[in-house]
Design a protein around this ligand. Structure first.
Ligand SMILES: *[C@@H]1O[C@H](CO)[C@@H](O)[C@H](O)[C@H]1NC(C)=O
Ligand SMILES: *[C@@H]1O[C@H](CO)[C@@H](O)[C@H](O)[C@H]1NC(C)=O
Ligand SMILES: *[C@@H]1O[C@H](CO)[C@@H](O)[C@H](O)[C@H]1NC(C)=O
Ligand SMILES: *[C@@H]1O[C@H](CO)[C@@H](O)[C@H](O)[C@H]1NC(C)=O
Ligand SMILES: *[C@@H]1O[C@H](CO)[C@@H](O)[C@H](O)[C@H]1NC(C)=O
Ligand SMILES: [Ca+2]
Length: 527
C-alpha cells in the first residue's frame, strides 16, 4: 500500500504542472529513496508584499488641501483632495489595496499648477527579494494615462537601475526612439527594451485606463500565442543568455514624466485637471529560488525561499554549511520534463572525508599515500582540499575558503618583478630599482624605461657640468666642446687640436656641418 502511494506521488509532478515538486520518495530495485527535481514556487500577487515610495516629497495631493477637476468636467472643479480627511485623502497605499467592484481607490498627485515646469513623480516598488515576472505588469490610471512615462527596473535592491520600457504618445519626440510593439519582436530580440505608443494616446479617460509591461507577449514569442508550448520557453530561458535576467527584478520604478492632456495642448487657464491618479499596480511573479524551492514565505517583512536540495540563502543561492563538496549551481529546467536539481552534496558523501570547498567535484584515493585528495581544483586553487592558491595567485583574506573568488591573481609587472609569484598580501618580488606591490614603480634615483635604471644625471647630486642639461635622468646633453657622461670633459683636453682659438678657425667647415647634422639627428637643434 505504502509502495503504491509512493508510486502515485512520484507521478504527481507531471500531473500537477511543471517544476512544483522538489523531491519525492520513490522505490527502486535498491529500495526506497528520495528523488530530486528542479522546482520553483507558484506565481503570486506580488503587490501584497511590496514596499512603495513616492518621490519627490510633497507630490501626493492634499497637503495643503487642493481642488481638482477631470477632463470630463473640466470646468466643474469641485473635487477635493485633503490628506487629513480619510474620505478625501489619496495616499500611495491605495495603489495596492483590493477594491470593491466599481469603487476605485487611488493615489493622486498634486495638480500641474507649476506649469510649464514639468510635473514629475517616481513610484518605486521594492521587494528586497529577486522576483521572476510571470505575467504582465498592469498599471491602472484613473482620469487618463500619462502622455510620457518610463518603467525602470533594478536587480540589486535599488543600487543600479536600468530602463525597462518607454511609453509616450510620440516616442520620437519624447525619447528619440522609434515606436515599436512587443508583438513585433522576434526570438532574437525578445529581451529588447523598446518605446511603445500603445498606452499613451488620449482615448477618453474612461475608456482605456491601463498601461502594461507585456510579459505574456514576450513569452508567447517562444511558447506560442496561448503559452501552450511552455517547454520551449523553459528551454530558451536556460539557453538564451540574459533572457532569465530580463524577467527578473528586485525593484520597479515608474517615472511619470507628463500627465494626460485630454487634448493636444495644455490649457494654461485650467491647470487643475492635470495630475496623475493610479488606482492599482498589478505585478504577478514568483520568488526567484534558483529552482531549489517550491515555497516562498513572507517572514520578518521580506519574502524568503524555503530552500531544498541542501541550499540556503534568500534565493537558495549557496550550499548549506557542510554541503560544499562541489560548487553551488542553480537547478536547471533541462532536461525536460523534470529538469536537474543540481543539489548540493555533503562533504564526505562520496569519499572518506574529502572537503574541496566547492572548488572540485571529484576526489581520488591515492593508494600508496592512503589519502583522499581533490582532483582538478578550479578557481585557481590547489592542494589536497583545494585549500591553497595556485602559484601566481594569493588568498583574499576577507573571502571564505569556499568563495569562487578566494584566489586573486598576483599581476606582477613582468619587467619589474623577478617572477610572477607574490606573498600572502599580494606583494611581488622586485628587481633592483623597482618597487610597489606589483613592482611597476621605480625607487627614488631610478628611472623607468622597460625596467628601472639608476639615474645618470639629476638636479641634485648628479648635475650635468659645463652648462649641459639633464635629459629625463637618462643622459646629459652637452654643449659643443664638452663630452663625458656629465659633460665634465673638455674636448681640447682630449684632443689638442680642438683648443687654440675659435673652433671655426681650426675645424674644417665639413666638421662643423657634421656636428650640426649629428645634433639635428638627435633632435637638439631645430634648423
Ligand atoms: C526619479 O528617479 C530617477 C532615477 O531613476 C532620478 O534620476 C529622478 O531624479 C527621480 N525623479 C524624481 C522626481 O524624484
Ligand atoms: C532584506 O532581506 C534580508 C534577508 O531576508 C534581511 O536580512 C534584511 O533585513 C531585509 N532588508 C530590509 C530593508 O527589509
Ligand atoms: C540534504 O541533506 C540531508 C541530510 O541532512 C539528506 O538526507 C538529504 O538527502 C540531502 N538532500 C539532497 C538533495 O542532497
Ligand atoms: C575579497 O573578498 C571579499 C569578500 O568576498 C570581496 O568583497 C572583495 O572584493 C575581494 N577582494 C578582491 C581584491 O577581490
Ligand atoms: C609581503 O611583502 C610586503 C613587502 O615586502 C611586506 O610588507 C608584507 O609584510 C609581506 N606580507 C607577508 C604576509 O609576508
Ligand atoms: Ca486601489
Amino acid at each position: 500500500m505504502l509502495y503504491l502511494l509512493a508510486l502515485l506521488l512520484h507521478r504527481l509532478p507531471l500531473a500537477m504542472g511543471q517544476y512544483d515538486i522538489c523531491k519525492s520518495w520513490v522505490t527502486t530495485d535498491d529500495g526506497p529513496s528520495w528523488e530530486f527535481y528542479a522546482c520553483q514556487p507558484k506565481a503570486m500577487r506580488m503587490k501584497d508584499y511590496v514596499t512603495v515610495r513616492v518621490d519627490p516629497a510633497g507630490i501626493t495631493c492634499g497637503d495643503p488641501p487642493e481642488r481638482f477637476c477631470t477632463h470630463e468636467n473640466p470646468y466643474l472643479c469641485s473635487d477635493e483632495c485633503d490628506a487629513s480627511n480619510p474620505d478625501l485623502a489619496h495616499p500611495p497605499k491605495l495603489m495596492f489595496d483590493s477594491e470593491d467592484e466599481g469603487l476605485a481607490t487611488y493615489w493622486q498627485s498634486v495638480t500641474w499648477r507649476r506649469y510649464p515646469e514639468p510635473l514629475l513623480a517616481n513610484i518605486t516598488l521594492s521587494w528586497n527579494k529577486s522576483i521572476e515576472l510571470t505575467d504582465d505588469i498592469v498599471i491602472t490610471f484613473e482620469y487618463g494615462r500619462p502622455t510620457i512615462m518610463m518603467l525602470e527596473k533594478s536587480l540589486d535592491n535599488g543600487r543600479t537601475w536600468h530602463p525597462y520600457q518607454y511609453y509616450a504618445d510620440d516616442c520620437m519626440e519624447a525619447f528619440s526612439m522609434p515606436a515599436r510593439r512587443v508583438r513585433d519582436l522576434s526570438t532574437t530580440s525578445a529581451n529588447r527594451v523598446l518605446c511603445t505608443e500603445e498606452y499613451s494616446r488620449w482615448v477618453g479617460s474612461k475608456k482605456e485606463k491601463t498601461v502594461r509591461f507585456e510579459v505574456r507577449d514576450r513569452f508567447a514569442i517562444f511558447a506560442g500565442p496561448d503559452l501552450k508550448n511552455m517547454d520551449n520557453l523553459y528551454t530558451r530561458l536556460e539557453s538564451a543568455k540574459g533572457l532569465k535576467d530580463f524577467f527578473t527584478v528586485t525593484d520597479l520604478r515608474m517615472r511619470l514624466l507628463r500627465p494626460a492632456l485630454g487634448g493636444t495642448y495644455v490649457q494654461r487657464e485650467n491647470l487643475y485637471k492635470y495630475f496623475y491618479a493610479v488606482s492599482n499596480i498589478e505585478v504577478t511573479g514568483r520568488c526567484k529560488c534558483n529552482l531549489h524551492a517550491n515555497l516562498c514565505t513572507f517572514k520578518e517583512g521580506s519574502l524568503q525561499c524555503e530552500c531544498e536540495h541542501n541550499t540556503t540563502g534568500q534565493d537558495c543561492g549557496k550550499c548549506k554549511k557542510n554541503f560544499r563538496s562541489r560548487s553551488w549551481r542553480a537547478g536547471s529546467y533541462l532536461p525536460l520534463p523534470n529538469g536537474s536539481p543540481n543539489a548540493c552534496a555533503a562533504a564526505g558523501s562520496a569519499f572518506g572525508n574529502c572537503e574541496c570547498y566547492g572548488h572540485s567535484n571529484r576526489c581520488s584515493y591515492i593508494d600508496f599515500l592512503n589519502v583522499v585528495t581533490c582532483v582538478s581544483c578550479k578557481h585557481n586553487t590547489r592542494g589536497q582540499h583545494c585549500q591553497h592558491c595556485r602559484l601566481g595567485f594569493y588568498r583574499n583574506s576577507s573571502a571564505e575558503l569556499d568563495d569562487e573568488n578566494v584566489c586573486i591573481e598576483c599581476n606582477c609587472n613582468q619587467i619589474g618583478s623577478l617572477h610572477d609569484r607574490c606573498n600572502e598580501t599580494g606583494y611581488c618580488e622586485c628587481k633592483e630599482g623597482a618597487t610597489g606591490p606589483k613592482c611597476d614603480d621605480c625607487l627614488p634615483n631610478y628611472y623607468w624605461r622597460q625596467g628601472c635604471f639608476p639615474n645618470v644625471c639629476d638636479e641634485e647630486l648628479l648635475l650635468c657640468q659645463n652648462g649641459g642639461t639633464c635629459y629625463q635622468n637618462q643622459r646629459c646633453v652637452c654643449p659643443v666642446g664638452f663630452k663625458g657622461v656629465l659633460c665634465q670633459q673638455s674636448r681640447c683636453e682630449v684632443d689638442k687640436k680642438d683648443c687654440d682659438g675659435a673652433p671655426s678657425a681650426r675645424a674644417g667647415l665639413g666638421t662643423i656641418l657634421l656636428s650640426v647634422l649629428v645634433l639635428q639627428l638627435r633632435g637638439f637643434v631645430d634648423l
